[in-house]
Design a protein around this ligand. Structure first.
Ligand SMILES: Nc1nc2c(c(=O)[nH]1)N[C@H]1C(S)=C(S)[C@@H](COP(=O)(O)OP(=O)(O)OC[C@H]3O[C@@H](n4cnc5c(N)ncnc54)[C@H](O)[C@@H]3O)O[C@H]1N2
Ligand code: MOO
Length: 392
């Protein structure tokens, strides 16, 4: 059996970033840019007023000015002001030809068409957004590797970009195994358990902006599982199986993986929960066999699957590793790394109740996993441990 670190290292060695695609800007939020984006135009595209007021030549600011026209935002034709003239202007409107400064309307006196300024702080160019002051045509607007946040999307739209090249988010298939599984909402017959793994995994994936998720149910039937796995490999970048990776007579995942020519990279990790974790590859596709217990599924997801999925899209891990002080003493046997459901706050971390891998009640309250090393047995109150902060 390999250690947690060895397992993480082996996965990292098999990650190949997905090929970039072009997408509409409106669909690019949350992606990473695969190419530099260059500005096509000077933005603003014209000298623009940043205030409602009057446009003038600064050299005229001590004169009584004659009002000769108006420029509103969206005005399609320009006007020209001569010496001693001014024009009404509104926020966002182009400056009239000849004007270089705008005075706010609160800082003038107007008698009929005559304007006198009372702005001791007026400077040349005040209240004017210069043409190209946001960005110049040809300049790099954003760089390859930049994250497309909502602000970045707005920025690129604002400079006229409508399509970008990004690293795609992977397509995911989830295959749940087990003939005991019943859908939530239906009556639970004797021996049945409610199917929850596809729900928790889909929710976790959607939280990362992954929408292309297919769910298959494979019962405990080897033939059904082989077919589902084959379809899943062909139609997705990452396959997540849950259950059926242990040593029971109905645990068919390893056999189905071998039948589908999946190359086994490892099976079983020195950890709790999630000891029977399987990882394999086929071409560039990643196949994770997650041990069926609901808590094992999520613990393995945050430790292995999520970092891998993020790396495929060139994204940084959304599970943040931190150090925290234990609020309680905790003991465990030697030999396995334990991941405890915990509550982290202000540098302190508390292990929650219900750590068993079939239970999710404490996971539902947890905001972190506490990592307790395989080589240690006793952990004292105040000891500093690594915690994995779960995406909120
Ligand atoms: N003799 C041994 N038995 C077991 C070992 C072992 O080393 N030797 N390992 C145990 C550990 S640790 C784990 S974890 C489980 C993993 O087993 P499988 O991956 O084969 O999972 P299943 O047996 O199919 O299911 C385990 C458990 O989880 C429930 N389950 C499965 N799928 C779902 C689902 N989609 N939603 C909700 N619950 C699900 C299933 O009913 C079982 O209770 O093996 C131990 N056994
Ligand atoms: O390693 Mo298992 O996930 O504890 O039941």
């Amino acid at each position: 059996m390999i250690s947690v670190n060895e397992a993480k290292h082996l996965i990292s060695q098999h990650l190949v970033t997905l090929n970039p695609i072009s997408v509409d800007l409106a669909k690019a939020s949350g992606h990473i840019l695969a190419d530099n984006v260059y500005a096509k135009y000077d933005i603003p595209a014209f000298n623009q007023s940043s205030m409602d007021g009057y446009a003038l030549k600064f050299a005229d600011h001590q004169k009584v000015l004659s009002l000769i026209g108006e420029m509103a935002a969206g005005t399609a034709t320009n006007i020209t002001i001569q010496n001693g003239e001014t024009s009404r202007i509104f926020t966002g409107a182009p400056l009239p030809e000849g004007a270089d400064t705008v005075v706010m309307q609160e800082k003038i006196t107007r008698i009929d068409e005559k304007i006198t300024l009372q702005d001791p702080n007026l400077k040349p160019g005040l209240n004017v957004r210069d043409k190209g002051s946001e960005i110049k045509a040809g300049a790099v607007a954003m760089e390859k590797g930049d994250f497309l946040s909502p602000a970045a999307i707005g920025f690129l739209a604002g400079i006229g970009i409508n399509e970008v090249r990004v690293y795609p988010v992977p397509k995911i298939s989830i295959i749940v195994t087990g003939k005991e599984l019943q859908q939530p909402g239906k009556v639970l017959e004797f021996g049945q358990v409610y199917e929850s793994n596809s729900y928790s995994l889909s929710a976790a994936l959607k939280q990362e902006g992954i929408e292309q998720i297919a769910v298959y149910e494979a019962d405990d039937d080897l033939e059904i599982l082989k077919k589902a796995l084959q379809t899943a490999i062909e139609s997705s970048d990452v396959v997540l199986l849950t259950g059926g990776v242990s040593v029971g007579d109905y645990d068919f995942v390893i056999e189905a993986a071998s039948h589908c020519s999946i190359k086994q990279i490892f099976h079983k990790v020195k950890q709790k929960p999630g000891k029977p974790l399987f990882f394999g590859t086929k071409d560039r596709k990643l196949i994770f066999g997650l041990p069926g217990n609901p808590s094992s599924v999520l613990s393995c997801y945050y430790n292995y699957v999520l970092p891998a999925i993020k790396a495929l899209s060139h994204q940084s891990n959304s599970v943040i590793e931190m150090q925290a002080r234990l609020t309680h003493t905790y003991s465990k046997p030697l030999g396995l790394t334990h991941f405890l459901k915990g509550k982290y706050e202000n540098g302190l971390v508390t292990p929650l109740h219900a750590q068993e891998s079939y239970r999710l009640s404490s996971f539902a309250q947890a905001n972190c996993l506490i990592c307790l090393d395989e080589t240690k047995e006793h952990f004292k109150e105040g000891d500093i441990q690594t915690v994995l902060i779960l995406p909120g």
